[in-house]
Write a protein that binds this ligand. Structure first.
Ligand SMILES: [Zn+2]
Ligand SMILES: [Zn+2]
Length: 337
């Protein structure tokens, strides 16, 4: 089978490898759809993400779906939950599987991911999808889960004002969820015009095209001088964080969703103290697949419009370059179609 391995930063190669042999609660999955994530681009460009560095030739890919290809459920279309938690450690026991200390995560560290034709995966981390969802939709349930979890920790209430800074796929999904949850004003800011256009289509009420690193618009002006009730930093940039801090109302919360390139969040102490801001960070997600599936199935969230590019696994170079250049929105690689 074909498998795509990252050897070191900038060097990714297609290999011919044996089909894995599933054992111990695992089944074989024919991988049909893998969405490229900003975190994959960190691995590719920097040979790691944050303080995790590449230690062996790694198969990337954690936003994935496929068809079960062995065992009694052969033929079932599934979303692949990339996070295999142990279920035993203190954090798992306390109901925080996303903080599991024995976590294996698809396409991270020592755990090979989904950018291959077949993978062996524990069946309890596979979620069957309804007919209404395509397999490419199913690959998008992982980023939707990240957005859902960001909303969970944000404590959204009906009628609030929200600000979303950075309108990549996660930002766009947060905007859709904010709209579905009854936010009455959704401010979106973004550097790329086509992404801002998508933000409007997703439900943003006030959009700002960011012109430069110094450009921090006066978001207060359009919130009757009150600021937003919750701000999401979804770009992984300190500029977006600055915008979020500017937009945030007094005593409100900023959710840090993005992963910064330089592994650093910068704050001006006086500014954030004066507003008595709360900062919350989110680590992936917690059991969001069932909710993500229902939201997508009922059309409360539109995943199709987020996917703008599709490539075969042989076209991986082009797929990664489109994703790295932030052309379109989401790029999907289809290993077996
Ligand atoms: Zn991702
Ligand atoms: Zn655990």
């Amino acid at each position: 089978m074909k498998a795509l391995r990252l050897h070191q930063s900038g060097k990714i190669q297609l290999h011919n490898e044996p089909i894995p042999n599933p054992e111990g609660g695992k089944v074989l999955v024919q991988v049909t759809s893998v969405a490229i994530c900003g975190s994959d681009l960190h691995w590719l460009n920097e040979g790691g993400i944050g303080d995790a560095k590449i230690t062996h030739p790694l198969i990337l890919g954690h936003e994935a779906a496929g068809i079960i290809a062995s065992g009694p459920h052969k033929g079932t279309r599934v979303a692949i939950d990339p996070a295999i938690n142990c279920g035993e450690c203190k954090y798992c026991q306390e109901g925080n599987p996303n903080l599991c200390q024995n976590m294996r995560f698809s396409g991270h560290g020592l755990q090979d991911g989904a950018l291959r034709e077949y993978m062996s995966w524990p069946e309890k981390f596979l979620f069957p999808i309804p007919d209404a969802l395509s397999l490419n939709d199913a690959a998008m349930l992982e980023p939707l889960g990240v957005a859902i979890y960001a909303m969970d920790i944000a404590n959204i209430k009906p009628g609030i004002r929200a600000g979303v800074f950075g309108c990549g796929p996660i930002g766009l999904l947060i905007i859709q969820l904010a709209r579905a949850m009854g936010a009455t004003q959704i401010i979106a800011a973004e550097k790329l015009p086509h992404r801002l256009e998508a933000a409007r289509a997703c439900g943003a009420t006030d959009t700002f095209l960011i012109q430069s690193e110094e450009d921090v618009p006066d978001f207060f002006k359009i919130t009757e001088g009150e600021g937003v009730d919750v701000a999401f930093e979804a770009a992984g940039s300190n500029h977006a964080l600055q915008c979020a801090i500017q937009a945030a109302g007094y005593g409100t919360t900023i959710i840090l969703v993005g992963i910064p390139n330089d592994d650093e969040h910068r704050l001006t102490a006086s500014q954030v103290r004066r507003k008595e801001l709360t900062f919350k960070l989110c680590r992936r997600m917690k059991h969001t697949y069932p909710r993500a599936i229902r939201l997508a199935e009922q059309g409360l969230v539109d995943l199709k419009s987020i996917v703008t590019h599709r490539f075969s696994i042989d076209e991986f170079q082009e797929a990664f370059s489109v994703a790295a250049n932030r052309q379109g929105l989401k790029v999907i690689i289809e290993p077996t179609t």
